[in-house]
Design a protein around this ligand. Structure first.
Ligand code: 5GP
Ligand code: ZN
Length: 114
């Protein structure tokens, strides 16, 4: 999608600190980290929100979550854990309308979120 910031990060036309890339996904550090480790995992395919995912995206969604957890483990958070978050639309607090999984780690998280 031409005016989507995360599509541009996936294409490499906007710079980011990438930590992982394959044919389907990109992971990169969040610009405004909320924990000692805070990165985002996105599909290269533009899907605006998790509620826009289709049945044909099931495999991609599985890969998105699996990659998020394996990157968290590779970065050393397998024992201490992490927070995996998908914000959706206005009430979910989504600001960038390209599906992304936040991975936050390196400190204890509060619950419930504000
Ligand atoms: P949301 O609120 O949509 O769930 O999260 C969007 C996230 O994207 C925010 O945590 C924000 O800091 C991050 N973000 C927004 N623009 C950029 C950018 O240009 N580069 C990177 N690396 N992160 C961004
Ligand atoms: Zn996009």
């Amino acid at each position: 999608m031409s005016n989507c910031i995360f599509c541009k990060i996936a294409e490499g036309t906007i710079p980011s600190k990438k930590i992982y890339e394959d044919e389907d996904l990109v992971a990169f550090h969040d610009l405004n980290p909320q924990a000692p480790a805070h990165f985002l995992v996105i599909p290269k395919k533009h899907i605006s929100t998790i509620m826009d995912a289709q049945q044909s995206d099931i495999q991609l969604l599985g890969k998105l979550l699996y990659t998020a957890q394996s990157l968290a483990a590779k970065l050393g958070y397998e024992q201490t854990g992490a927070r995996f978050v998908i914000n959706c639309k206005d009430d979910g607090g989504q600001t960038v309308h390209h599906l992304h999984v936040h991975v936050l780690a390196g400190r204890a998280m509060d619950w419930p979120p504000g």
